[in-house]
Design a protein around this ligand. Sequence first.
Ligand code: CMP
Length: 138
Amino acid sequence: MEKTLSIIKPDGVSRGLIGEVIRRFEKNDIRVIAMKMVWMTKKQAKGFYAVHEKRPFFESLTDFMSSGPAVVMVLEADNAISKNRELMGATNFEEAEEGTIRRDFATDIEKNVVHGSDSPETAAFEISYFFNAFEIAG
Ligand code: CMP
């Protein structure tokens, strides 16, 4: 079993998509083994997205991610990382497959509803950014 970090971003929370996103995970045999709502500070958002520090969208992305509450979850499944990425669809919703979360709900490349870890190394960093061992029921 593999673990990955998922975030329902502030646009997903404010638009009432928490239930819909979790329903898609559970329907696809992905288990939620830790979950909480967080309102990140700008500094916390910058720390989370530190790998994108040099990208032109970094300021805007971290403003957006600290603009309201988000739901952070640890997901568990066989191949959880790639399975979650398949369900999310491409970062740019216009390139995402039909039926994916981003294709169905994203409104632009930044407000793309969900985030998911992209590798085992990233997943380990991202899970430990939000959760300690006692908060994960898996
Ligand atoms: P996410 O999977 O959370 O990883 C980085 C985020 O930066 C991405 O989703 C988008 O929300 C945001 N972003 C904004 N502009 C871009 C861009 N041009 N390329 C990639 N990511 C972008």
